[in-house]
Design a protein around this ligand. Structure first.
Ligand SMILES: Cc1cc2nc3c(=O)[nH]c(=O)nc-3n(C[C@H](O)[C@H](O)[C@H](O)COP(=O)(O)OP(=O)(O)OC[C@H]3O[C@@H](n4cnc5c(N)ncnc54)[C@H](O)[C@@H]3O)c2cc1C
Length: 479
């Protein structure tokens, strides 16, 4: 019997796992996919928001501001990438300037530090490509950008090092209360027992709640956001996150510099019934172009290398829903975690464990918050590259030419902590396939390396999860 079962290994489930691993307690994380961070956590803007925008007094406001600060610890402990961009929120006329003043006041009330109002002339000195139709700017120096799924990997790696168990390909299909514990059914067959359940299932949280509660207090209302990705060549075109003024639909369509030099344009915001419809639309793509042209001039749309979409787990509750079930003691909801959920994640985990669960757990003396830091081979000094190449000649075989990723780094991604044997899993870890050609050159090579390392035939290798093969059969087999 476990003390805690966490359902879902996105940024929220993995952050809770890390937080609980500080204590003398047994924890199991269940994830239905064959990888960590396959849903919202892999498809968002990657911004560590300052906290200027959530309504005063909400959990979103409190945990966003706190989470923003806690990312500095994650940078120190795990070496996660954290680009200190700062952000500009822009106004175009006197009405919007008044709204900008109100936003500044909200930021102050929420505890956001170092905000400043800038004239367009002052802002243009820092960002020459800002649209000259802008009249005033709110500067938010505490805004940062990270690499979201790497944060989730590191949170879980730290949790596992401190005793947590992770089980992927494990879809929770039923939950039952039996005397003073819960029985959780995985994939309609295996049953495990636990004293407490924590649901961190993103857009599926309401489905999980309905497995046990008769009166679920929220519905998840999926809200899609579409994006363009610009090639790394555009690095420096814009250096701050650029926000328009927020509306009731969210923070609007943004320009977001990314940690590896790319720039994101997006996201749109459209509600839909489907929880897994991730297609890009003509309407969405046109809207991104229209909206971003109000933020900056000369946007290099000819450098678009990719489109993608993510689905926000927005809820009818209108704030993060982090509560113990009213029907079942020791069943905890961490639901409705849409933006700023990535920012708030470490603070959500702490709030849940300290203030909602509040089980007075004993701290583990052996808890180690530090994990091994990792640097991409191409970013190392030449003598270090030479040393590594002498140790292992696979560092000399460049597989992904766009992102300069070597065979050894791909092999490490397959076998490393939280290793993975899918093409998308390798892309998430080593970045092979993330560049200009989007895997056109290296995907077949990655496929062959996975097949060799896992001792499987090529048609068995999946793109991103179970039963998603890229190849049907080999056509040129030597007899
Ligand atoms: C378009 C978009 C832009 C955003 N931009 C930002 C931003 O810039 N900054 C910011 O702070 N936040 C942002 N967010 C919000 C942020 O991405 C989310 O709040 C955060 O990723 C939520 O993490 P999660 O772990 O709750 O959900 P998820 O990452 O969706 O994880 C939930 C996990 O639960 C698993 N699961 C579900 N059902 C089951 C089951 N039955 N059994 C087992 N496992 C199950 C899923 O497979 C999934 O892995 C954005 C979100 C979107 C969609």
């Amino acid at each position: 019997m476990f003390d805690y079962v966490i359902i879902g290994a996105g940024i929220i489930g993995t952050s809770i796992a890390k937080e609980l691993s500080r204590y003398e307690t047994s924890v199991l994380v269940l994830e239905k996919e064959n990888d960590v961070a396959n849903h919202q956590t892999v498809a968002n803007s990657a911004i560590i928001h300052s906290g200027h925008d959530p309504k005063e007094g909400t959990l979103k406001a409190k945990l966003c501001v706190k989470g923003n600060q806690m990312y500095e610890d994650l940078e120190n402990d795990f070496g996660i990438p954290l680009l200190k961009t700062g952000a500009f929120v822009v106004a175009h006329n006197i009405d919007q300037e008044n709204m900008l003043d109100a936003l500044y006041q909200r930021g102050l009330n929420n505890g956001v530090k170092n905000m400043k109002m800038l004239s367009i002339q002052e802002a243009l000195q820092e960002e020459p490509n800002l649209s000259p139709t802008i009249t005033k700017v709110l500067s938010l120096p505490s805004t940062k950008v990270t690499y979201p799924w790497e944060v989730a990997f590191k949170q879980l790696e730290c949790a596992i090092n401190n005793g947590v168990i992770f089980q992927k390909n494990s879809r929770v299909t039923a939950i039952k209360k039996v005397s003073n514990h819960f029985e959780i059914t995985i994939n309609d067959k295996t049953i495990i027992e636990t004293k407490s359940v924590i649901s961190a299932a993103g857009i599926f949280s309401d489905q999980i709640a309905r497995m046990i509660e008769t009166n679920v207090q929220y519905d998840i209302k999926p809200r899609k956001g579409e994006y363009f990705v610009l090639d790394r060549k555009v690095k420096g075109f814009i250096n701050h996150v650029i926000y328009p003024l927020p509306t009731e639909k969210g923070k609007g369509v943004l320009i977001v510099p990314q940690v590896h030099g790319n720039i994101l344009l997006g996201p749109t915001s459209t509600t839909q019934d489907e929880k897994d419809l991730l297609s890009n639309t003509r309407v969405g793509m046109d809207q991104i172009k229209e909206d971003t042209k109000r933020l900056a001039v000369n946007i290099p749309f000819d450098q678009i290398i990719r489109t993608f979409a993510g689905i926000r787990a927005s809820s009818s509750y209108d704030d993060f829903f982090i509560q113990e079930s009213k029907e079942f003691k020791n069943f905890f909801h961490v639901a409705g975690i849409d933006s700023p959920g990535l920012t708030a994640a470490p603070a959500i985990a702490k709030y849940l464990v300290d203030e909602v669960i509040n089980h007075h757990l004993t701290l583990k003396k052996s808890f180690n918050p530090i994990i091994q830091k990792h640097k991409a081979f191409y970013s190392l000094p030449d003598d270090e590259k030479q040393r590594l190449y002498q140790e292992d000649h696979r560092y000399g075989n460049l597989v992904c030419k766009c992102e300069k990723i070597t065979e050894k780094e791909i092999v490490d991604s397959i076998h490393g902590p939280l290793g993975n044997d899918t093409v998308k899993g390798i892309k998430k870890r080593a970045r092979a396939g993330s560049g200009l050609c989007q895997g056109g050159y290296c995907e077949s090579l990655v496929l062959k390396i996975i097949a060799k390392e896992t001792n499987q035939p090529l048609p068995n290798i999946n793109y991103y999860g179970l039963n998603t093969p890229i190849l049907v059969e080999e056509t040129k087999v030597k007899k």
